[in-house]
Write a new protein. Structure first.
Length: 57
């Protein structure tokens, strides 16, 4: 499954996380997106960056 992330550059906090491909299991994809919302990433100079996380179970 893939989860699209929007991340605030200055503090690395996830602004949004949404399933792009739920791999046939929307409940699991929504749970994974919710957990990724709690993540933080390395700080960058840009105001906002995007990323796609591919998860395999």
């Amino acid at each position: 499954m893939t989860i699209k992330l929007s991340i605030a550059g200055p503090d690395g906090k996830v602004l949004s996380a949404a399933a792009q491909d739920d791999a046939g299991n929307p409940t699991l994809a929504n749970c994974a997106a919710a957990e990724l919302m709690r993540s933080t990433f390395k700080k960058v100079a840009k105001a906002q960056i995007g990323a796609v996380a591919t998860l395999k179970f």
